[in-house]
Structures are given as structure tokens and as C-alpha cells.
Design a protein around this ligand. Structure first.
Ligand code: NAD
Length: 491
């Protein structure tokens, strides 16, 4: 199904105290990557708008925190139904602003709904713990919310990435302020509407539109207790430093440069599909996309299969568009530089034709560069486009040296039919997530998502059980009701 792109620009508004209202700052435009059409106008938030939102959230959070968790998660159960009911409409909207295909838009929302399902289970799973620690004395854990928390998200997953944090933070009794990417802000209004329809009290969920200055004001605000961030590495680092300096709890996920180790004993069909889909899915604009193929030994057949599958993709149908014309120029420039530095081209996406009627959009086809050297810039920097660099390696040790030299640490995968060789790659990989014959090793719930090194600043993962500790405090209560006179709680 082709993506339905809004025909007239949608005013992109804040959502504060249960009402949509325009931010009082200047306006910025949102263009669809598919055809360049103006599809939205963002009314940016000013510091007055931000203060109003934080004030309203602070008041609403108190009552929300006092609501039993079973009632809080009821709202999330309802939200799940609404999102599934409206999934096509949301998928069209998020695809039209991010460049995804309709199917990718739908898949991203479904992955977000998995985290929502995890959060709905907290009412049964996160029941604390209590133990009689000595005669007549018990200790117990109680989880308490932090208060008002905030989240800053990137353009590439307008619903899935926010859903890594919205359900859990809300289930645990926090009020949540979201600053979506200014490049893909339209979806945020649908999500706010869905939460309201699900019965979330006004003020518990707020959306503030705008660019970096809005994120920075949230990071500086005294009444915001914790901030999660997902985006590029330089910004993640800056956000982490700014937020922690202001005394906040911060978890900031950054960029990636993911490696795939391809061994000669890999199943050629599996490798062809898995590796091609990894670097071309979402047009390479995902933090789990394959960027470097470490081709160990004779893997010519596998590379032919990867190239054949990638070259068969139809733009607009099987692969989406790139976020901006600036990013297209950047990708062209990097490909040219790599070729000038000695790389050869197996597949040149610069020659690909845009889909019919979409010539004003930002299109590039899958590109495969062979014989790239590990020293070249293109082997190290994050490109965020459908470009696969092949580095030839004589053995696994040489391949893992290249992988280990990367500053990033999101994902690594190995394609092989040998458990022992795959195990070697798993143990040597310097990443938070590893795949075996899986090109995009995103852990499914309840396994948590998160990288290491320059792909993550802060402790713990953004989903799964460690996210519970991020969005709450553990209160330890020691109780003695037994009227014993001696004061020895160790008795
Ligand atoms: P970005 O870093 O440019 O922007 C992300 C968010 O930060 C946006 O909301 C933006 O408005 C805000 N921002 C920008 N500058 C800021 C500043 N100085 N201070 C505070 N906030 C600021 O990222 P992007 O281009 O929107 O997204 C693509 C990047 O996100 C890629 O690098 C990709 O790898 C990364 N990403 C990482 C993950 C992950 O899980 N590690 C997931 C998705 C995307």
C-alpha cells in the first residue's frame, strides 16, 4: 500500500492540560521525504509554554501517583485497543513524515505496542517484595514514581522510540513530557489523542513541540526529575552532560555503526535476505541497520545474493525515502569520497529513479561499496542511509579487530552455520546487542534494548526490567509491629 501523504499542512500543536494549543514561538515547516510536500507547520514552544506544561504536569502527577497501579495500567490496556484500531491511520501519518514505507510504519508501531504490553504486565509482575528479616521485623520494597519526567526523541521512529518509555514511565506513576523530533512531530498529536481517549487524566501526558532549545529547557528545569533521550551520539553526549549537571537522572542513547561478520559457512540464502534487509530497511535510517560487512574468506556467493536482493528493491514500494535533501547530499558526498579513496561500487543507489510522481522527494537506492579499508572515514562514521561497506578480512580475528575498533557499540551480528564460530563472535563483540543469523538483532520484550560505548550514555537499558529502576525509586521499608522491648532488630 502506498503512503497517504497529507494534502494540506497540519498545524503541529502542543498538548498541555488535556488541550491542543499552539506553542507561542516561531513556526517551522515539516516536509514529507516522499515528495517534498509541506505537510506540517510546527508552532515551537517558548519558555513560558514549557513552564506552563511542567506546572500542570506537577499538579496532575500527584493524583496519578496516588492512583493504584491496576487502575493506571487499565488506561494502557485501553490505549492498546485504540492504537490497534487506528494502526493504519497512524502508520500512514508516521510514514509520510519520516520517509518510511507504509509496512515499516505499521511494524514500528507494533513494536512500540510490545513495550506497552510489557508495561501493562507490571501490575502483576512488579509487586515488590517483603520478607521477615528477623523475629517480628520485616523489610519491604515499594516503588515510587520520580514525579515529572521528560523524553526527547529522534526523527526516525516517530512512534516506536517514544513507546520505549511512555508506557513504563506512566505505569509507574510519573507525569510525562515528550519533545518529539521537530522533523517528525505529526504522530505525537495522534498519540496524545489516543492517550486522552484511553482515559489518561489531563496533565499526566504533555507534548511540547520544537527544536533543541525546548529539549535544553527541559534538561535545565528544576521540576523535571529524569530525562530519556534517543538520537545521535554528539547530542546524546551533550544531553547526558547537561542533564546530569542539573542533578537529573539521564539515559541517553546515541548513534551506531553496526557490523555484520559474514563467514563462508553461512547459509547463502539466509545471509542474502538478512544482510540486504538489514542495511536497506527504513532506508538505512535505523540505529540497528547494518553499516559494515566484515567479509571473512571466500563469501562471493553470499555477496552476490545480498547484491541481487538489494538491487531488486523498488523505491517507494520496498524501500522508503531519506529524511532531507541535506542528508541525500551528505550520502552522495560520502560515497564519492569512499570511491576516491579506493572503494569499488557493486551497487550504485545514486542512479536509482524516484517512484513516479515523487521526483521532489529525497531518494537514493541501496548502495554497496566493496574493498573499503578500515582506515577510511566511511568505515567509521555513522551515515544513516542505505549504504553497506564491505571490508575484506582474512579471518575472524581480523574482522573482530575492526569491530572492536569502532567507538560505537549498538549491534553486531554474525552469519554462520557453526555454533562455535558464532559463539566466538558473540563473546568478542563490543556491542550491547548481538545477532546470530539475524541482521537486525533488536531484542523482543521482555529483553531490553540498549547499546554500550558511544551508543549509550548512562546506566541500564531503555526497555525491560532495568527501565523500571530508571523511572522510579525503590523505597526500602523496615517495620517492627511486635511489641518486644529490646531494640535489637537483628534478633
Ligand atoms: P538528533 O540527535 O539530531 O536529534 C534527536 C533529538 O534531539 C531531536 O528531538 C532534536 O530536536 C533534539 N536535539 C537536537 N540537538 C539537541 C541539543 N543540542 N540538545 C538537546 N536536544 C537536541 O537525531 P536525529 O537525526 O533525529 O535521529 C537520528 C539519530 O538517532 C541517529 O544517529 C540514530 O543512530 C540515532 N538513534 C539511535 C537509537 C538508539 O537506540 N541508539 C534509536 C533511534 C535513533
Amino acid at each position: 500500500m502506498s503512503v497517504k501523504i497529507p494534502l494540506t499542512p497540519i498545524p503541529v500543536l502542543n498538548f498541555v492540560s488535556g488541550k491542543f494549543k499552539a506553542g507561542t514561538g516561531n513556526k517551522i515547516s515539516v516536509h514529507s521525504p516522499h515528495n517534498g510536500a509541506l505537510i506540517g507547520e510546527v508552532h515551537q514552544s517558548t519558555s513560558a509554554d514549557i513552564n506552563d506544561a511542567v506546572r500542570a504536569a506537577t499538579i496532575a502527577q500527584k493524583e496519578w501517583a496516588a492512583t493504584p497501579i491496576k487502575e493506571r495500567t487499565k488506561v494502557l490496556f485501553q490505549l492498546r485497543q485504540i492504537l490497534l484500531r487506528d494502526i493504519d491511520e497512524i502508520a500512514h501519518l508516521k510514514s509520510s513524515e519520516s520517509g518510511k514505507t507504509f509496512q515499516e510504519g505499521k511494524a514500528g508501531l507494533l513494536k512500540g505496542i510490545e513495550v506497552l504490553e510489557f508495561a501493562t504486565s507490571l501490575q502483576n509482575l512488579d509487586i515488590g517484595g517483603k520478607l521477615e528479616v528477623s523475629r517480628g521485623v520485616s523489610c519491604e520494597y515499594r516503588r515510587s514514581p520520580l514525579g515529572v519526567v521528560a523524553s526527547i526523541t529522534p526523527f526516525n521512529f516517530p512512534a516506536m522510540v517514544p513507546f520505549w518509555t511512555i508506557p513504563t514511565a506512566l505505569a509507574l506513576g510519573n507525569a510525562y513530557i515528550w519533545k518529539p523530533s521537530e522533523k517528525t512531530p505529526l504522530t505525537s498529536m495522534k498519540i496524545a489523542q489516543a492517550l486522552q481517549e484511553a482515559g489518561l487524566p489531563d496533565g499526566v501526558f504533555q507534548v511540547l513541540q520544537g527544536e533543541a532549545s525546548v529539549a535544553q529547557a527541559l534538561l535545565d528545569h528544576n521540576d523535571v526529575k529524569a530525562v530519556s533521550f534517543v538520537g545521535s551520539t554528539p547530542v546524546a553526549r551533550a544531553v547526558y552532560e547537561r542533564g546530569t549537571k542539573a542533578g537529573k537522572r539521564v539515559l541517553a542513547l546515541g548513534g551506531a555503526k553496526n557490523h555484520i561478520v559474514l563467514l563462508p559457512d553461512a547459509n547463502p540464502e539466509m545471509a542474502g535476505v538478512g544482510i540486504s534487509d538489514s542495511f536497506t530497511g527504513c532506508a538505512g535510517q535505523r540505529c540497528m541497520a547494518a553499516a559494515v560487512l566484515l567479509a571473512v574468506g571466500d563469501v562471493e556467493l553470499h555477496i552476490k545474493k545480498i547484491t541481487a536482493r538489494a538491487s531488486s528493491l523498488e523505491l517507494g514500494k520496498d524501500m522508503g525515502a531519506i529524511i532531507s535533501p541535506k542528508q541525500i547530499s551528505f550520502l552522495h558526498e560520502q560515497i564519492e569520497k569512499a570511491v576516491a579513496g579506493g572503494a569499488t561500487i557493486l551497487l550504485d543507489g545514486r542512479k536509482a529513479q524516484p517512484p513516479p510522481g515523487m521526483t521532489q522527494g529525497n531518494w537514493i537506492g541501496p548502495t554497496i561499496l566493496d574493498h573499503v579499508s578500515p582506515a577510511q572515514e566511511i568505515s567509521k562514521m555513522e551515515l544513516f542511509g542505505p549504504v553497506l561497506c564491505i571490508i575484506r578480512c582474512k579471518d575472524i580475528s581480523e574482522a573482530m579487530k575492526v569491530e572492536n575498533d569502532s567507538e560505537m557499540g549498538n549491534a553486531c551480528a554474525v552469519f554462520s552455520s557453526s555454533g562455535a564460530l558464532a559463539e566466538k563472535v558473540i563473546s568478542l563483540a563490543s556491542t550491547g546487542m548481538v545477532g546470530v543469523n539475524v541482521g537486525v538483532p533488536v531484542p523482543r520484550e521482555p529483553f531490553s534494548f540498549g547499546g554500550v560505548n558511544q551508543s549509550k550514555f548512562g546506566h541500564g537499558d531503555i526497555t525491560g526490567t532495568s527501565s523500571l529502576d530508571f523511572w522510579s525509586n525503590l523505597k526500602k521499608v523496615t517495620v517492627k509491629w511486635d511489641q518486644q522491648h529490646d531494640n535489637n532488630w537483628m534478633s
